[in-house]
Design a protein around this ligand. Sequence first.
Ligand code: NAD
Length: 493
Amino acid sequence: MTKLDNHYQLYINGDWRPGSKGQVMQSDNPANNKPWASFDCAGQDDIDLAVQSARSVLNKGFWKTCTATDRGKLLYKLADLIEDNAEKIGTVETHDSGKLLAETVSQTKYVADYYRYFAGMADKVEGATLPIDKKDMHVYTTHQPIGVVAAIVPWNAQMFLTATKLAPALAAGCSVILKASEIAPCALFELAKLMEKAGFPKGVVSVITGDAENCSAPLTSHPDIDRIAFTGGTETAKKIIQNSSNNFAATNLELGGKSPLIIFEDADLESAANGIIAGNFGASGQSCVAGSRVIVHQSIAKDLLKLIQEKSQSIQVGNPLKQETNLGPLCTPKQIEIIEITIKKSVEQGGEIIFGGKKIEGEGNYFEPTLIHCPTHNIETLKVEMFGPVISFIEFEKEEQAIEIANDSKYGLGSGLFTNDLARAHRVSQEIKAGICWINTYRAISPIAPFGGFNQSGYAREAGKQSILDYTRTKTTWINISDDPMKNPFVMR
Ligand code: NAD
């Protein structure tokens, strides 16, 4: 492919450089399907260089010798720069991925707080002195940086998903190779410019992109990677687990979802309808926590359907750069094909399209806000992660049945319920097999709250104070504090 005027190079070891294989890709603007930027792709030699430089900063120089407080100060600087440049980054991300400008800008501003949260935590990762069960022994633990981290993110919420990896990794003293999605990588190259400006030493963070075969697979199989922090699809995660058999890298996996959203008969319908819209049409449904299985008590199903339909009619579909737009394009034409195939099969199985169901003709990857009524829980649309504005609506009669339908999924990332019954809210929340449960709200996130899934939605938790420990390993140090020399070497002490 040819380079466009708006071209991004790879950022490796503090230098901007073309890929060693000469491979160039283009990014199409999802709002009009026209190429708007091009970028270099990394191959094995680039990855070797990035890993080598990431290793070298751990062995010598400022990154090895600085204090945790110094690392925190750099992260605070980066946070301010991200906030100051949110408009620029948001605009690039919107051109690249089709996400609404209103969302990319506000999310980028908020993401600065993730860097601040972990900046403050950098010098609070404490070891312990152990009350050991042996005389004359002083034993303590320290948390050392785990080493070189490969952080791999998808295109759909890249500033957020990068922050949940990069911020704790850097706070803990690791070095990072950040692999941006080849579908929409440009915002992360803008982030690299800010890392440079903040004063992170060369090699502490490299930002690359490329396809699965030439870039992602060699990176995750590289023998000198210590941790892989991955967000993306379940099938890709399976390959990553296999790749990590080459390096024994510990892995964080944040994967897909098909999240249940239960609406009980006593719920505030207005609030529930807003939760359903937020959970399905927010980010055009391209959210790993989309509450796309809407499970509704049969006594309120008709009224709720009517309300959702009314609200959906006033959704402004259009140019993601415009402030008044509510629903932008989907990132790729391929996603539309997947949605069309799934809807077709669902209708054959007895699903009924209540509204929407079609691609919007014309330029750009636009799809109508859609609701499919599912008479049984075997309908395809209740199973497949659509990554688009499609609600699957199913009714229940009893609480146990709602829980059963909610748990009938290979995934377990987000979940939600709307009810005014306090006891039921807590009871049902504990029964749902998912890493997150929102009650009378939906799609809220925070650096303070752990985020992650059960089952095929992955393992490990990002954000929250425990997550920094994923980027460390525990060292136990034993000191003999008696003056007596060691005695019998054949007896375990
Ligand atoms: P994807 O799995 O296709 O790609 C994600 C990343 O993995 C990209 O950078 C890609 O280049 C890379 N990759 C592809 N093949 C690889 C391989 N063999 N080895 C290593 N890396 C490889 O996912 P996508 O389509 O870009 O993103 C959508 C998916 O991400 C959805 O399933 C969505 O639910 C999930 N997601 C999860 C979360 C979460 O936090 N749980 C958040 C956002 C998105």
